[in-house]
Design a protein around this ligand. Structure first.
Ligand code: GLV
Ligand code: MN
Ligand code: MN
Length: 382
């Protein structure tokens, strides 16, 4: 990440942006406005990735923000542009996503700084090891000069490809729940313990995973995933005494998502009791669905039309920093078509022509906002 920050700073600084890394590890590069003390528009996305990821989820949104500054060719707007490269959006290391963006809305609480990774290293310690000062996190917060947040991102799904459209305005982002479940049984010998006398944590977890999949298939728009499972002691000839798994549940309706999580917890407990196991769950995330800002959506659609494309509105099933920023400032997203709908995989890609259209659309949008009195009048919650 140090190398990534240095590289991005090397691109931003020649464009006239002042770059710093805030205490939550977010890269912040401010391209000044025509006048001092003007308000700012934030444009960005995240710099971290899932393991063995593709090259576009997150970073494309940061690179597009830089491309827009390049396209301005030194022209100053009535507002400053702050390019943001967020840290820790995916939640891979600490199980909790959006750590970087939470710092901007003032939500990086003591509790979150204490969350530990698999090696017992806390968020606070990781920040210190990176060379930053976690006591300065409040300095990362947005103030009333923030006009809004714009994020370009690949769609990460098949919808735009099916519609043969390069771009879309996002109107809402599905809520997410993330939990960890630990099934505990009794470790024993695989050769000598008859089937009816076992308390097999893996077998219990496996039965519950099938319940998760079945339940999600029955509810329209619901997605539920067990993406990680670890068993102990972990040998071919030993019945597992412990199975630890993650659960990720998403739906555009918070009510359906929360009800599903409750149902899955209840079913895990019933199934565990029947098998002589115990199960404990811990909640890592309960992020409500959010609507994107309606003024921005209208402006984005107009910019898409100006680019010569057909506008389209869609919800995002993936989580994004925009859903955190929306707590404090008007926020919006522009999706780019994702070939094959493939993401979180090295095969993730974008079409060069779509990227060119995204830059053109972004430039139209900046010009529209620069001449829109409504843009400056809007109040934010920062
Ligand atoms: C972020 O990629 C997510 O999990 O939605
Ligand atoms: Mn991702
Ligand atoms: Mn992403």
């Amino acid at each position: 990440m140090h190398g990534c920050h240095q590289e991005i700073a090397r691109w931003l600084e020649p464009l006239g942006a002042h770059v710093r890394i805030d205490a939550a590890g977010n890269l912040r590069g401010v391209y000044p406005a025509a006048r001092p003390n003007a308000p700012r528009l934030l444009i960005g996305s995240h710099l971290d990735t899932v393991s063995n990821a593709g090259a576009y989820d997150g970073i494309l949104g940061v690179v597009l923000a830089i491309a827009l500054l390049e396209e301005l060719r030194g022209r100053r707007l009535p507002f400053a542009i702050e390019v943001v490269g967020f840290s820790e959006e995916e939640g891979v290391r600490f199980g909790t996503p959006f750590i970087g963006s939470r710092a901007l809305v003032g939500g990086l609480a003591e509790e979150l700084l204490g969350v530990q990774d698999a090696r017992g290293i806390s968020v606070r310690k990781a920040i210190e090891t990176y060379g930053l000062d976690p006591t300065k996190i409040s300095e990362a917060e947005l103030h009333s000069d923030a006009l809004g947040y714009l994020e370009f991102h690949i769609e990460q799904g098949p919808v735009l490809e099916k519609l043969n459209l390069p771009l879309a305005a996002v109107d809402g982002i599905a809520g997410q729940s993330r939990l960890e479940f630990v099934f505990l049984g009794r470790t024993n010998h695989a050769g000598t313990t008859p089937m009816h006398l076992r308390c097999d944590a893996i077998a219990g977890a496996a039965e519950w995973i099938s319940v998760v999949e079945r339940l999600a298939r029955e509810v329209s728009g619901l997605v539920a995933t067990v993406g990680k499972i670890e068993a102990k002691p972990g040998a071919a000839n030993v019945i597992a005494g412990e199975a630890r798994l993650t659960l990720d549940v998403r739906h555009i309706s918070d009510e359906i998502r929360v009800r599903t999580v409750e149902d899955l917890i209840r079913q895990a407990q019933e199934l565990a009791a029947r098998r002589g196991l115990t199960v404990q769950e811990s909640h890592l995330l309960n992020q409500p669905a959010v609507a994107m800002d309606s003024f921005f959506i209208g402006q984005i659609e107009q910019a898409i039309v100006q680019t010569g494309c057909k506008p389209h509105r869609m919800a995002s099933g993936a989580g994004h920093d925009a859903m955190i920023l929306a707590e404090k400032v008007p926020s919006a997203m522009i999706f780019l078509r994702t070939p094959g709908g493939i993401s979180h995989d090295p095969a993730e890609s974008v079409l060069q022509d779509d990227v060119e259209k995204a830059i053109a659309c972004g430039l139209h949008l900046l010009n529209q906002l620069a001449s829109s009195p409504d843009f400056y009048k809007r109040t934010n919650r920062a």
